[in-house]
Design a binder for this molecule. Structure first.
Ligand code: GDP
Length: 359
């Protein structure tokens, strides 16, 4: 599996052996500094985003992802101004264990969509990503064709120390991408942890990629994830694998009957595809169209988005209360004291918590 990290690319001058001037004159240094300082205003960015300017979209996403309070406030204003332009999209979650073919599939599916005139944004939720190691999801080097496609926009997972934080940033990024005219939003995540629950709660359609011939345990897929899926797509249905993929389809169709009926009124389907050979891709799009027809005629689509908004409202409050609490200098000091008292058996954890929460 090629999981390339970004490699260092020397500047052109450096490549040609040209040495840069050692010092800059004070004037030019000042003007560079001034240019760097001149950040586009909220209005500039909103105007840029709503007219489809990708540079402005990226800049705004960087503000969303920042931990700097000024940036966060600016991001908040941009999102509020973009909200009336958002919502007009299909949001598709894609999950599956590493190696199942997520990036190959997104490359094939994304290219298919741009070919039929769609504008596709690919985002990722990977809570394990940190600033230093970067994300393996939504990595541009893994989607070579799509990254060159002017109707596609790929953004790796934001980093963060909590899943809630990463998920919030991705949700806000969805709004910005929609305001920039992207009508199909793909959100990639790894099917091994809690992150798919977060992704499931921000998408309209949830697609699970699987392999034939390997048991669920082997693939690290939990029952809960299968329950969330609107479609199970068996990838790598090609060559010697085709026969196994076909029988896996039969098995899954049988197994899906054992799951409870969904609120959406939609019965999940199983499909085969070869992301590598780009086969079965249009069938998946047709399947999603059927889903959209069903869920818009029974109003589930709207209902689900409203529920998701309520969920994220509460989630944001919880995150915020928690982070404000632990950020407080007073709490930092008192928490240490209370922990010591609990350890020494001089107070109970409940009394200590009551005391801290009442400060
Ligand atoms: P990810 O980790 O889930 O993103 O998986 P990748 O997209 O990186 O794919 C893992 C490996 O499986 C790569 O070597 C791909 O070329 C290969 N692969 C992906 N899709 C297919 C497919 O449809 N058929 C076959 N034969 N190989 C595939």
């Amino acid at each position: 599996m090629a999981k390339s990290n970004k490699t260092y690319k020397p500047a052109l001058q450096e490549q040609k052996g040209i040495k840069p001037p050692k010092t800059l004159s004070t004037d030019s240094a000042k003007s560079i500094k001034a240019k760097r300082k001149k950040q586009p205003s909220v209005n500039d960015l909103v105007a840029g985003i709503t007219s489809g300017n990708i540079t402005d979209l990226s800049r705004a996403i960087t503000l969303v992802e920042s931990t700097n309070e000024t940036h966060t406030a600016k991001a908040h204003d941009i999102i509020t101004a973009c909200l009336p332009h958002a919502n007009n999209s299909v949001r598709i979650g894609i999950t599956g264990v590493p190696g199942v073919g997520k990036s190959t599939f997104i490359e094939a599916f994304g290219s298919f969509l741009t070919d039929i005139g769609k504008k596709v944004a690919v985002l990722a939720v990977d809570p394990s990503s940190t600033l230093s190691k970067g994300s393996i999801l939504g990595d541009k080097t893994r989607m070579e064709d799509l990254v060159k496609d002017k109707n596609a926009f790929i953004r790796p997972s934001p980093s963060g120390d909590s899943l809630g934080g990463v998920a919030r940033k991705t949700r806000e990024t969805i709004i910005l991408c929609e305001a920039a005219g992207f009508d199909t939003i793909i959100i990639e995540t790894v099917g091994v942890g809690q992150s798919e629950t977060a992704v499931h709660s921000m998408v309209d359609f949830f697609l699970l990629l699987k392999l034939a011939g390997a048991g669920d345990e082997l693939q690290g897929i939990k029952r809960g994830i299968i329950e969330m899926a609107d479609a199970i797509v068996i990838n790598k249905a090609d060559g010697d694998n085709l026969k196994a993929a076909k029988s896996a389809k039969v098995e899954f169709n049988r197994a899906l009957h054992l799951y409870p009926e969904k609120d959406s009124g939609w019965s999940p389907r199983v499909s085969l595809c070869s992301a590598l050979k780009q086969e079965g891709i249009s069938d998946i799009w047709e399947l999603i169209q059927d889903y959209l027809k069903t869920t818009s005629s029974n109003d589930y689509f709207e209902h689900n988005r409203n529920n998701q908004n309520k969920f994220w409202l509460l989630q944001t409050i919880e995150e915020r209360l928690k982070s404000d609490f632990y950020k407080s200098e007073k709490i930092k000091v008192e928490l240490k004291t209370q922990i010591a008292l609990v350890e020494a058996g001089k107070t109970t954890p409940f009394a200590a918590a009551e005391y801290l929460l009442g400060l």
